[in-house]
Design a protein around this ligand. Sequence first.
Ligand code: HDE
Length: 718
Amino acid sequence: MATGPGTAGSGADREDPKNEQLEAFRAHPAQDLLTTDQGVRIDDTDNSLRVGERGPTLLEDFQAREKLTHFDHERIPERVVHARGSAAYGYFEAYASLADLTCADFLSEAGLRTPVFVRFSTVQGPRGSADTVRDVRGFATKFYTREGNYDLVGNNMPVFFIQDAIKFPDFVHAVKPEPHNEMPTGGTAHDTFWDFCSLQPESTHMLMWAMSDRAIPRSLRMMQGFGVHTFRFVTADGRGTFVKFHWRPKLGVASQVWDEAQITAGKDPDFHRRDLWEAIEGGDYPEWELGVQLVAEQDETGFDFDILDATKLIPEEEVPVRVIGRMVLDRNPENFFAETEQAAFHTANVVPGIDFSNDPLLQGRNFSYLDTQLIRLGGPNFSQLPVNRPIADVNHNHRDGYGQQVIHSGTSYAPNSLNGDNPHQAGQDRQPGVFQHYQQRVDGDTIRKRSGSFSDHYSQATLFWNSMADWEKQHIVQAFRFELGKVENRAIRKRMVDNLTHVDHGLASAVAAGIGVDVPEQTGTANHGRSSAALSQQNLLPGDPGTRKVALLAADGVDVASAAALQSLLKQHSVTVEVLAAHDGSLHDGNGEGTLPVTRALPTTASVLYDAVVVAGGAESARTLAADPDTRRFVEEAWRHGKPIGALDGGAYVLPPYGPADPAGLSDSSDSRTPTASDLQEGVVVAAPGENGVDDFADAFLAALAAHRFPDRPPVLT
Ligand code: HDE
C-alpha cells in the first residue's frame, strides 16, 4: 500500500479490488538516480549541453529535448463542460437484494460492496475557476461492478435546462463565457445565457433550481445527487420498471449564502475541493444513501407530465423514494491528472439489469460521452487508463489505436476457428451476467417533433416556488435580481420577467422591481397552489452538526481552560474548533495557567471559511479583540451570513450587539456584561459564568450549528 501525500488513512486499508488493481500502476517516489524516458542515468538536469560556457545549446542534447518536449505536451483539452472537478474513491453497499426489480449484480445482495469513483464538478467554468460560483454541480459515479463498469452521471439538481440533446450545443454556447470577451468565468450572469433561457421556456423549472441555494452548496458532501433521467431496471427474465435515482447526503443539504459564496471564491477558490480532500484525509468520510423512485411500465403515462421529460421530476408525494444502499467516499486520489482528470464517464456504461428510457436528452447523451473522450483522451483506448479500467475481465477484438497498452496475441475477429471462436458471444438467450437490451415495442413515423406531453413548462417551476420557505424565496428573488441585473440588454430582462409571470406573479413582480423592469400584469397562468415538502432545503437539514468547522477568536490573556474544554467537547461531535489569533504560535493565559496553540493566523484565513464563530473568554483577550478591526469584521461577516455566533465568558463583549466601540468600557469582571438569554438574537449563544458554563454552552452551540443558518436574524447589525 502506498503512503504519503494523497493516500488516505484507514479507508485505503479495506478490502478493495479496484485499489488493488490501481496499485499495479502506481509509481512511488524513486529512491534512485534520475534517468531519461529510456532509463539512461543522467548526471545533470539543470544545465543544457552547450558549446563553451556562454555558447549556444546543441541539438544533440537529447536530455533537454526530451524534457522540454514532454513538458510541452503535458496538457490535454479540458472537458467542454464540467471542466472543474474533484473526485474520490469509496464503496457502494447494497442494503438488500433487488432481484425482484433488477438483475444488476451490485444490487443483488445485502452488504455487497462495490468500489466506486465519484467526480463532483461545476459546469460553466474552466479547470481553474472558483468552486463557489452559482452553478449546477455534477455528481458522476463510476461503480466498478463485477459485471463491468456502471456510470451514473448525475447532477445535484433533479431536472435539466432542455428536453432534447440536440439543443445541448446551443445551451452550452449560451451559458459559457461570451464569445467575444470570454466573460464571465464560472457564472451565468450574462446576456447570452439569459437570452437563450428567456427564449426557451422549457428551461424555467431548472432556472428556479439554479437561482435557489442549491446552486451554492456549502460542501460537496452536503449535496443531493440525481440521475435526472428516467432509467429502467430490468429483471433476469426481462421485466422492466422505470427508475429515477437519488443520492441523499448523510450530512443533510446545506448551502452558503450568495454574499458568502462570492467572498469565498476569492478567499479560497478551492473551498469545495479542499473541504472534500480534508474530510477524507481526516477520516470524516462523506456518505450518501442511494434511493430509487419506481414506476411500473403500465403507469408510464399516468402522470400530469411525461416521465421521459428531463425538465420534470416525479414529486416524492406521488412516488416515494425507496432507499436501497449507501455510498462512502474514503480515499483520495493520488494523482489529480492521472485519476480525476483522466476519468471518463459515460451514460451508456450500463450493466445487466440497468437500461435506458426513451428520454431524448438521455438518448443524445448516450452518443456524446463516448465521442467527447475520443478527443479529450486522445483515442479509443482510454478505458485502459487505470482509473477507467473495469475490475471485470475485458475480452474483445478491439485492437490498436493511440496509446494501446495491451500486447494482444492471437486472432482479433469473429467468427474465428484459430482461437476456438473466442472470445465467444453469449448468444441471445438470457443468461446471468450478460447484458441484454430491454425489449420494447416501438412503432411510429419518422418525425422531428417534440411530444405534446412535454409542453407544460411552468407547473413544476411553480411547484418548486410554492415549496420554498420564506427565506428560500427571498434568496431566489435576490438571485434573479443579481443575474438579470447584470444583463445589459433590457429586452432580455423583460422577456425573462414575462416568463416568470407564468411561475408566480409575486415572484415576477419582486424580480421586476429590482431590475428596472415594469411590474408585469397578472397573466392567465394562475398559481396552482400545490407544493412538495421534499423540495425545500428547510426540510433537508441534517440535525447533526458533525464535520462543521468553528473559528475560536482569541488573543493573549485568553481563558485557556474554557477554550480547551470547548475544543474537546465539540470534537466529540466531530466538530473542529480552530483557534485564530492575530499571529501564529501560541497565546498566553490571562491567569498564567498555560498557553493555547494558535491554529491559524487571522490574516491567512477568513470568516467565510467557517461555519460558525466563537469569541474566547478572558477579559484581556476580549479587550484586544474588540479593538481589532479584523476581528470585528470576522464576526460581523459571520453575523451577516446568518451563522451561529457564540461567546465564552467575557467574550460576549466582542459580539456585535453588545460590544461598545470603546473597549476601555470593559470592566475587569466581565460577569456583569453577560447578556441574558432573552437579550440574545437567534443563533447567538453566550456562556453563562460558572462551572457548567462551557458544557451548557457546548450543548446550545451544537444545536445552533445543526440549524446551519438563522435567516430570520436581522442581517444588519444594530
Ligand atoms: Fe453532460 N456532458 N451532457 N449532463 N455531464 C459531459 O462529457 C452532455 C447532462 C454531466 O465528471 C461531457 O466527459 C450532453 C445532464 C456530468 O467527467 C459531455 C447533454 C446531466 C458531467 C456531456 C448533457 C449531465 C458531464 C463533457 C444533453 C445530469 C461530468 C466532458 C443531452 C444528469 C462528468 C465529458 C465527469 C459531462 C454531454 C446533459 C451531467 C460533452 C450532450 C442532463 C456530471 O459529453
